[in-house]
Design a protein around this ligand. Sequence first.
Ligand code: EJD
Length: 416
Amino acid sequence: METVATAAYETAYSKPIFAGRTFRGAPVSELDPFTTEIFDDPRVFHDALLNAGPLVWLERHGCWAAARYEIVRSILSDWKTFCSSRGVGLDDFGKVKPIRKQSEILEADPPDHTPLRQVINRVISPVAIKRLTARWTEIAEELVECCLQKGSFDAVTNLAEEFPLTVMPEAIGLKLSRDYLLPYGSFVFTIFGPDNELRRQAFSQAPALLKWLDQQVRRENLTSTGFGAEFYAAADRGEITEYQALVAVRALLGAGLDTTVNTISAAIEALASFPDQWAKLRAQPSLARATFEETLRFDSPLQIFFRTTSRSVTIGEVELQEGEKVAIFFGAANHDPRRWTDPYKFDIERKTAGHVGFGHGIHTCAGQFVARLEGEVLLEVLARLVSSIQVTDPKTIRYNNVLHGAASLPVTMERA
Ligand code: EJD
């Protein structure tokens, strides 16, 4: 197991990670995880959380942090104690009114959560989406071809964004403009964080984004085929309400773009940084799906969601009271050396089963089969058509309170 000297932690950021005090028996950190210095380099902070114990008290935000794999899994398994209905951001909906209309899927517990989740599971099940493979492969080939013609391009905007922005609106059945899809996703995720500059900036865009969203999700603005139409058909059959169909479309728009964009760019970056893994994928393009899965573990696009305690509970030696927030550090759990051998090695043949890049438990990513298909198709096409990928300039980060990903990644690619 790799251990890093505590001294290194103390120098990586503008202040020490731990305050040298405890709160209800847990180490206290004064550091704010929602700052650019940690977005730029989360690893040192994550390793510190993992080393510190099952829970850390984040004094700055008055909430707990859970990073260890086993703790994260057990919290996510216990939805009764660690509920979602009080919001999965830092705001407790028991105390403050949600900004966005509360999601009946993401921000809900059973039994309210169950019927809509069942319909979503069916509409975007592995079997239901299989028919998209041929069309998506065609689109991916065209796109990669276009990038190869450029030679040098931005792997984020020209490829990682372009692919989901092409396949998803079509699959959902959106008729209106795709211009707001990424800004809307960015907005949704960043408001899960604390009241900081990023969140205030997002708020200023809220009226325009929410107005656009309102139009997009209406039945009359969706094509007669696609996931959207299928949600409304389920409403017609009485399986869910008409409003829940709208909620499902809205969830696909919020969850279905930025997350896959970040994973695709992370995969390209990882493949460029680990030439042996790229060589392996090229030799065996059928490893595309496994490569995408390892990317989710290695560089998880969604870093943090919260749960709220619905009752008092003890974790390790720490007693949590009712109505406390727990930040779940998915990305850190996916690097817990207690669970993963050599966690910072990108290994596309690793046994990735059980990673929490898609979460865990009843709220585990509903779109995971759509995401996997996108990743598999695009990476398989890259493995077939491309001989080399080189990063030519440092990436820039797209700052977001809970998402981790690049804003730009300049690369060159050569034809196979
Ligand atoms: C999500 C994990 C909604 C909604 C928004 C975002 C998510 C889910 C649902 C993204 C979950 O608006 O209902 S990653």
